[in-house]
Design a protein around this ligand. Structure first.
Ligand code: ZN
Length: 128
């Protein structure tokens, strides 16, 4: 079982895939900061933070964007291949209880949103 860990490089890639700014803050005086890319100004300690891609909300945003780009079917089948190669040894007992599709969808959607976002980032890298 691979232990998927979100990296800053993947967070940036996924943020840009969503069409959002990967904010990087510069101090502009009086404790205020400005994003050097989109120009957003944050006052004092209020920073809109970049997405972590470890939450259900971020996972669903990425999945919906993959769907909107017309890539859902290929993403789904690609991640099913990864799941199958990783879960092979445990599969037999689980399959008796749940069936193939239910085991896969549980792993993809319910087990770990960080893992799901890592898989999406890997998929985007493969797609170029
Ligand atoms: Zn920004």
């Amino acid at each position: 079982m691979t232990d998927y860990k979100m990296t800053d490089e993947w967070r940036k890639k996924l943020t840009e895939f969503l069409g959002e700014c990967w904010h990087e803050w510069e101090l502009i005086g009086s404790g205020n900061h400005k994003c050097k890319y989109c120009g957003y100004i944050s006052f004092r300690d209020f920073f809109p933070s970049n997405r972590t891609f470890t939450t259900d909300k971020d996972m669903l945003a990425v999945f919906r964007k993959i769907r909107d780009k017309g890539k859902w079917a290929i993403f789904y089948s690609r991640t099913m291949q990864i799941w199958y190669s990783e879960e092979e040894q445990d599969l037999e007992s689980n399959l008796e209880d749940y069936g193939y599709e239910a085991c896969f969808s549980r792993w993809l959607f319910l087990d770990n949103p960080e893992q799901a976002c890592c898989l999406a980032a890997m998929f985007l890298e493969e797609q170029g």
